[in-house]
Design a protein around this ligand. Structure first.
Ligand code: GCO
Ligand code: MG
Length: 399
């Protein structure tokens, strides 16, 4: 059987998603997620203009060969746009293969390694009491792990803390302002309060969102040691993987990184030198299931566990793929799950479930998702950007 048709959708039902739909010569349909927040149209164009024409007529079951064709066969390798495009095609082909076998995808990936996948949710607040209240709400929903992000005194905005005045500018990114010293002073206070208010059992996580320099990250990781974090995420930008040597040598706070990576080469030093504890790459940005299965197997040799990126800007298709892989991997660590607006869930109707802090894959054949084209088309693409970050002197900082 072969690929007969590929549709690429870029719509904004609640937020923007790029969705791939492959139809085979015998009428089997598979779905994939190629969403790249803020650059969605670039991926959709890459797919429509460059990948789709070369795939029509390709054997749909030859997934590895298809992946190599899209990765090696174009000469220009890697990069977020290319790898998100490959991911959408790859997920759809795995969906088709599992549907043909009439089994849920995790069964094709080796079957269950666990009964459910530990998930973490996002708690945030403009100040500490507000954050603690929000975190309590998540614990009541069943979460056993929560990421804590708080507004910093003197900052009028901060990553992970949505502000009422932060309206989308449409054609221009929102500007936020950043000050490292006040952040470094405040975050240990946040975790001290959170530990005493939320107790010892709950797993606490924090995301520095690439904003520190190595020596600052080492300071923060040391200061957070008394509060026993599950992880400290993206404490520095990691284009230069070697910077983690310094941080690692200074702290026993577990480290997580990788949501902006797109191939194994971005994490090779981090993994082989055991500089991190959790690798955060998503299926949607890391080239799909074919690539991510290999990357996590490689990481397992070095006792690095998975912590797959799962924000709202990875579509429910990408989330479903993650939960199937999480279920099958031996070295699963945790799954990020920030949840979806009900409109997005209505478009994709995923069959994964959340209960008592755990995510469970559905039992429908394939990925267990669909795409309501008519409903999604009622929400045409709307341009939207991630914010940019500046220091008080106006210079651009990492967001
Ligand atoms: C996370 C991330 C996200 C990113 C977002 C960018 O840990 O979930 O940091 O919130 O900022 O995915 O598009
Ligand atoms: Mg993050």
């Amino acid at each position: 059987m072969f690929i007969e048709k590929i549709d690429v959708f870029c719509t904004s039902p609640g937020r923007t998603f790029v969705t791939v739909r492959i139809t085979t010569s015998d009428g089997v349909v598979g779905y994939g997620d190629s969403t790249l927040n803020g650059r969605e149209q670039a991926v959709a164009t890459y797919l429509r203009d460059h990948l789709v024409p070369m795939l029509i007529g390709h054997e749909d079951g030859a997934i590895e060969s298809c992946w190599q064709l899209l990765y090696r066969g174009v000469y220009w390798r890697r990069g977020a746009i290319t790898m998100a495009a490959i991911a959408g095609i790859d997920m759809a082909l795995w969906d088709i293969k599992a549907k043909r076998a009439n089994i849920p995808l995790y069964q094709l990936l080796g079957g269950r390694s666990r009964t459910g996948c530990l998930a973490y949710g996002h708690a945030f607040g403009k100040d500490i009491p507000n954050l603690v209240e929000h975190a309590h709400g998540l614990l009541e929903q069943g979460f056993k792990a929560v990421r804590l992000q708080a507004g910093i005194p003197g900052h009028d905005s901060n990553y992970g803390v949505p502000l009422p005045n932060q309206v989308d500018q449409g054609n221009l990114p929102v500007t936020e302002y950043w000050d490292t010293p006040s952040y470094l002073r405040f975050i240990p206070e946040v975790f001290s309060a959170a530990r005493s208010e939320l107790g010892e059992e709950v797993h606490l996580l924090h995301d520095s969102h690439h904003r520190l320099r190595p020596i600052e990250a080492a300071r923060l990781a040391q200061d957070l040691e008394p509060y026993r974090l599950f992880w400290l995420e993206d404490c520095v930008p990691a284009e230069n993987q070697e910077v983690y040597r310094l941080i690692r040598s200074k702290t026993v706070t577990p480290l997580a990184v990788g949501e902006v990576f797109n191939t194994v080469w971005d994490a090779q030093t981090l993994v082989t030198e055991q500089l991190i504890d959790y690798l955060r790459m998503s299926i949607t940005h890391g080239g799909g299931i074919t690539a991510m299965r290999k990357i996590f197997d490689f990481a397992s040799i070095y006792q690095v566990r998975s912590g797959i990126h799962g924000p709202e800007d990875v579509s429910p298709i990408g989330m479903a793929a993650a939960i199937h892989l999480d279920t099958a991997l031996h070295n699963f660590g945790i799954q990020e799950y920030s949840g979806y607006q009900s409109l997005s869930m209505d478009v994709f109707t995923p069959d994964f479930t959340f209960e008592s802090g755990m995510l469970f894959p559905g039992e429908a054949p394939g990925l267990g998702v669909s795409y309501d084209e008519e409903l999604a088309n009622a929400y045409p693409y709307e341009r939207s950007y991630l914010p940019i970050n500046r220091l008080r002197d106006g210079s651009v900082h990492d967001w």
